[in-house]
Design a protein around this ligand. Structure first.
Ligand SMILES: C[S@@+](CC[C@H](N)C(=O)[O-])C[C@H]1O[C@@H](n2cnc3c(N)ncnc32)[C@H](O)[C@@H]1O
Length: 213
């Protein structure tokens, strides 16, 4: 990356830190707690178990920690997010760490317009943030960018834990209802989702879902 592009990204990043260019999403305090500056521990476990394969797309990549972690492990990774400030921050991190990730400003409800397909899609915290009526559109777009036999790993907050003070935005039953025709759920497990405040971990779900032909 050229020196002037790097300086431009530095200045956007500084602007974001000073709150000059907050997007609607970032302004929502309960959402910005997601930017932990570390990969999610559940994603690290997933990678170590061999569940990530081929070309990877990280949807709702935020400032890129999960995508950068996978790139550091040798994967070819694309990360998309709808926030220009977060994509700028992700590009800056990639440049500083000398890691190659294709970070793109893109709407995850129209991912097929990318014209690319992937073997693995990861989604840490995006699916559950869509209103229920929007989720079928997201699934449709997702289905088109996953190659047949490809796998979608989704980490989401869950209503299944009654004592949880967190976001409580989906359930195991609901996941099973959404992912029926054209999909096969191979695993759903209970995991911890790390948030910015260390003590504020949320119980959540990790689902691994195959795209059938
Ligand atoms: C909960 S955060 C994700 C955190 C990140 N995956 C992680 O694990 O650190 C959700 C992300 O989705 C992005 N997002 C929200 N709506 C989106 C959309 N329609 N298209 C793409 N990204 C979107 C937000 O900007 C935000 O970065």
């Amino acid at each position: 990356m050229s020196r002037s592009s790097l300086e431009k990204l530095e200045s956007i990043d500084q602007g974001v830190k000073r709150g000059w260019e907050m997007t609607h999403f970032e302004e929502q305090q309960e959402q910005s707690k997601w930017e932990t500056d570390k990969p999610q521990p559940a994603l690290i476990d997933l990678e170590k178990s061999g569940a990530i394969r081929g070309e990877v797309l990280d949807i709702g990549c935020c400032s890129g920690e999960n995508a950068l972690y996978l790139a550091s492990q040798g994967y070819s990774v694309t990360g998309i997010d709808s926030s220009p400030t977060l994509i700028a921050r992700a590009l800056l991190k990639a440049s500083k760490r000398n890691l190659k990730v294709k970070f793109l400003l893109f709407d995850s409800l129209k991912i097929e317009i990318l014209g690319m397909t992937f073997d693995t899609v990861i989604d840490c915290g995006l699916f559950h943030s869509f209103p229920r009526e929007t989720r079928p559109q997201y699934l449709d777009s997702l289905h088109q960018v996953l190659r047949p036999g490809g796998i979608y790993h989704v980490l989401c907050s869950s209503e299944d834990d009654l004592g949880n003070e967190g976001l409580k935005q989906t359930t195991k039953d609901e996941l099973e209802q959404y992912f029926q025709k054209g999909w096969e759920i191979t695993n759903i497990s209970r995991i911890m989702l790390e948030t910015r405040e260390q003590e504020n971990w949320d119980w959540g779900l990790l689902a691994s879902i195959l795209r059938l032909t």
